[in-house]
Design a protein around this ligand. Structure first.
Ligand code: EPZ
Length: 427
């Protein structure tokens, strides 16, 4: 396993290219199951989770070809083609490795009238149930059976009749599965209190480009009129708003100035508001988002919420930034039940954070000190990198396979702007 060695203290300065969004790519890839024609996705990030999803798609008879791209390029083009579905079973040993695999349930059901997918199980940040995915599909007319750790969904007569579902809780994944199931339904499907994240809009835009009929895109009320078939498309994945926000925190904690090239400001409203409240200068430019911290950081209370609220995926990174702000900040995590695993590791670097249930109280400290720390989940790992970039001395971040799931060539991007960071094999 690799680890990262970081020597803190360098001000980050320069340009970081922002990659395609992991959380969009992971729902755009399974759309290839919805058509016999080729689907070409551009700007796909080079990530472990994307490789994993490519392997899963091959299980269903989908051919996948990675095109072009020099080794030094960020992002890749992937062409996917599913003229025939050779299996509609997603096995446990693949799904357990990447819980986003549950997103094949809706498209397999829509295309073949049946899907058997292993329950994904929980992960470090929470038990991550999929009850809302199943209730939405049932509302559209699917018959759902849970046996031996698998979900079996069947559309009576081969296609979903349609129906309506009002989400009691906003769920990104359940909205995505419901959308991909609904586009080939025999009738009309309606969703209310659906997720409104930019990644959902990206998915709707791709589905419409493939011939789907969707009303209310960008709102929590979606109406999908099922069509007989969808055609292929070529589509560019949106820029990763969480990667951009993460590097904004990295630049800010070092007192640096960085252009986040390709970042889409319109997707990042709540993060921009949080950074501005903390005292970071954020400016939209033609090429992306410029972030500069040239004054003291201010303590700020933050609460995560479904979009357009502050992304839970930004909580750990902003917490790192706030460990160096003057004063006390109160963070409240409303989405996941266990998303403070970065706290004990940040404490090893001298941060002063007290957690009580879903609330973390961060008291700013004069300095952080480098230490050997352990990554636990994707965004927690990034928060440790951010702290290490500002810490006195050397830090070692272990188990960085968590990072490789969501940050394309992280150390190379940070080296581009002057960070002293190396990836080494971990004995
Ligand atoms: C997506 O996860 C993202 N993952 C997560 O990003 C992100 O944190 C999350 O949305 C919230 O924005 C991908 O897009 C691949 P949810 P998802 O369904 O869809 C509860 C990262 O770091 N819930 O919106 O699994 C759930 O327990 C990852 O990139 C149910 O109760 O999140 C949670 O409390 C981490 N029943 C809340 O809803 C369900 O059936 C929101 O979960 C589904 C969810």
């Amino acid at each position: 396993m690799d680890k990262l060695i970081i020597r803190g203290g360098n001000r980050l300065s320069g340009t970081i290219p922002i990659s395609g969004a992991k959380n969009s790519a992971l729902t755009l890839i399974p759309c290839a199951l919805l058509t016999e024609e080729p689907l070409t996705l551009r700007n796909l990030p080079r990530l472990a989770d994307i490789d994993g999803f490519q392997h899963l798609m091959n299980q269903f008879g989908v051919t996948t070809v990675i095109q072009g791209g020099r080794p030094e390029d960020f992002g890749r083009v992937m062409s996917l083609e599913a003229p025939r579905i050779t299996s509609n079973v997603a096995p446990y040993d693949l799904v357990r490795r990447m819980r986003a695999s549950i997103l094949v349930l809706g498209p397999l059901l829509a295309r073949t009238g049946e899907a058997t997918v292993s329950m994904p199980g929980g992960c470090a940040i929470g038990n991550r149930p999929i009850d809302l995915h199943l209730k939405a599909l049932e509302a559209f007319g699917a018959q759902i059976e849970l046996t031996a750790g698998y979900v079996k969904a069947v559309a009576p007569g081969g296609s979903l009749p349609g129906g309506s579902y009002d989400f009691p809780v906003v769920s990104v994944g359940a909205t995505e599965n419901a959308l991909m199931a609904a586009v080939l339904a025999a009738g009309t499907c309606r969703l209310s209190n659906a997720a409104r994240e930019p990644e959902i809009v990206d998915l709707c835009n791709l589905l419409v480009a493939m011939g789907a009929e969707i009303e209310g895109i960008g709102s929590g009320d979606l109406t999908i009129h099922g069509v007989k078939r969808l055609h292929g498309a070529t589509y560019r994945v949106m820029a990763d708003r969480i990667e951009a926000g993460s590097y904004a925190c990295a630049a800010a904690i070092t007192g640096g100035e960085v252009l986040l090239e390709g970042a889409r400001v319109e997707d990042m409203g709540a993060t921009v508001d949080a950074l501005t409240a903390i005292g970071v200068a954020v400016e939209a430019e033609k090429r992306g988002l410029r972030v500069a911290a040239n004054g003291p950081l201010r303590a700020t209370d933050l609460t995560t919420a479904p979009y357009p609220g502050l992304a839970t995926d930004m909580q750990a990174q902003l917490m790192s930034l706030l460990t160096r702000a003057r004063g006390t900040s109160v963070l409240t995590e409303t989405i996941f039940e266990n998303r403070y695993m970065h706290v004990p590791e940040l404490a090893r670097m001298g941060a002063d954070i007290a957690v009580s249930g879903r609330t973390a109280t961060v008291t700013g400290v004069e300095r952080l000190t480098g230490a050997a720390v352990m990554a636990t989940d994707l965004r927690a790992s990034m928060s440790l990198i951010i702290a290490a970039l500002a810490a006195d001395g050397e830090s070692e971040v272990r188990r960085i396979y968590h990072l490789d799931r969501g940050y394309e060539r992280l150390e190379e991007k940070l080296q581009l702007v002057g960070a002293d960071i190396q990836r080494v094999g971990d004995d």
